[in-house]
Design a protein around this ligand. Structure first.
Ligand SMILES: C[S@@+](CC[C@H](N)C(=O)[O-])C[C@H]1O[C@@H](n2cnc3c(N)ncnc32)[C@H](O)[C@@H]1O
Length: 420
């Protein structure tokens, strides 16, 4: 795929062949795109269906491997970054989550702005722009004082062995103290990021006894039941060695130039913790490309999933829960997203782009693109089309038959807008 701003996007999408563009000679001959039509508000919107990116493609960088609810695969932003930006262009994600878009953009030598109303987003994404030396990390970890008598102010005995708990509370106190007295540095932020990710999970690579995956902490009551059912008790986990091991695996396949690109991007980056409708820090007409996946209609219970990560980082879960967009109806959702599009129009450069993922909702009975296209048009954008990425693409696929969870396939639907 060539990065050029002069590329004719419609022709590129129409004649796209996965095999040619990804240099994978072992794959079957690439099919070209199926193009269907959507008629909306007397506009004719092309719908491009193909296998534009896939898990068969070159593996994503290990630096992405931080779990976050509803995150997308790095291949998705990579496709749009390669196609629609050049080195040095500014790439933005208003609903950044674990930072997949901005980290991929950083790796590819672009400038970045990240925003998410959830404070955990910045905690999990910013530190990965400043990859530490493993030697320094080992020394820093060894120097963090552990008080073996420490206990959390809440009962965490169903998750952690008492010695593990003492280590976690010691680390929490150390990090809080460094942040409060202004001495927190990039190594501390890295350690906070990895520890936050390792708190609970389903293998000995996490601090806790077996529980649900790390982005879905269960309640203490539920964990007591899991322990009884599995006849398990929390065993001691060496938190420092787990943090070191995970750090090693996060950075294992980074090249020196990727590390430099990330560091350079951080120099000018912005990490905002705002409502996506109101981001005054971002200059008018400054963003070349936004790639984003918004919160969808389903009501995600933020506090249920994040209470332990928030406890570790002294974040008030209840407060965040009131700020996060959790629309109960399509009308409510559309009203919030309409304002997000107005803000995106303000900050997007002339000729710049917005790739907006629309999820599958109510088992495919609502085609969200039909609601998103009018919102973008109303804000002033032109709609280039809807792009449906279908893994295991065949010519018999058509947009109405595609379901995100259909027989193991993984589908993404993206509405692509341009400011003309
Ligand atoms: C589907 S997730 C995005 C995941 C992201 N693409 C990734 O790969 O990690 C949606 C994100 O929107 C954030 N969010 C919800 N309401 C928001 C709002 N009004 N303004 C900014 N962010 C919001 C949530 O905290 C969540 O991280």
């Amino acid at each position: 795929m060539s990065a050029t701003r002069d590329v004719n996007v419609a022709n590129y999408l129409k004649s796209f062949s996965f095999r040619e563009n990804n240099n994978l000679s072992l794959l079957p001959t690439g099919e070209t795109t199926v193009v269907e039509n959507l008629f909306l508000q007397s506009c004719h919107i092309p719908v491009y269906i193909n296998e534009f990116w896939t898990s068969k493609q070159r593996k994503a960088s290990s630096i992405h491997e931080i779990s976050y609810r509803a995150c997308f695969k790095p291949q998705l932003p990579r496709f749009f970054i390669n196609l629609l930006t050049e080195e040095g262009d500014l790439v933005y994600d208003p609903f950044s989550g674990r930072g997949t878009t901005v980290i991929e953009a950083g790796l590819l030598g672009r400038k970045v702005i990240s925003n998410d109303i959830n404070p955990l987003s910045k905690i999990l994404s910013l530190p990965r722009f400043n990859v530490p030396s493993l030697d320094e990390l080992r020394k820093r970890l060894a120097g963090i004082p552990i008080k073996e008598s420490l206990k959390a102010e809440i009962d965490l005995s169903m998750f952690f062995h008492p010695r593990t708990e003492a280590e976690i509370v010691s680390l929490k106190d150390y990090l809080a103290c460094r942040a409060d007295n202004g001495t927190e540095d990039s190594l501390d932020r890295w350690i906070r990021m990895v520890a936050t990710n390792r708190l609970t999970g389903h293998s000995p690579g996490f601090f806790s006894v077996y529980t649900l995956p790390p982005n879905q902490a269960v309640t203490p009551e539920r964990q007591v039941k899991i322990n009884a059912k599995r006849k398990q008790e929390p065993a001691y986990r060496d938190t420092r060695s787990i943090i070191f091991k995970k750090s090693n695996s996060l950075i294992k396949n980074l090249t020196a130039s990727q590390v430099n690109n990330l560091r350079r991007a951080l120099g000018e980056a912005l990490f905002l913790t705002r409502d996506a409708r109101n981001t005054p820090e971002i200059g008018e007409g400054s963003v070349q490309l936004t790639v984003t996946s918004p919160p969808f209609l389903n009501v995600v219970q933020y506090s249920r999933d994040n209470w332990l990560r928030c406890w570790f980082n002294s974040i008030d879960t209840q407060k965040v829960e009131t700020l996060i967009t959790m629309s109960r109806t399509l009308e409510e959702w559309s009203s919030v997203m309409g304002d997000v599009f107005k803000e995106l129009f303000r900050i997007t450069k002339k000729e710049g782009w917005v790739a907006f993922e629309v999820g599958e909702i109510k088992s495919g009975t609502i085609q969200l693109e039909e609601h998103v296209v009018p919102l973008g048009l109303k804000a002033g954008f032109a709609c280039e089309g809807v792009i449906i990425n279908l893994q295991e693409f065949t010519k018999t696929s058509n947009i109405w038959g595609i379901n995100n969870n259909n027989s193991g396939t993984n589908t993404n639907r993206i509405v692509l807008f341009q400011k003309r």
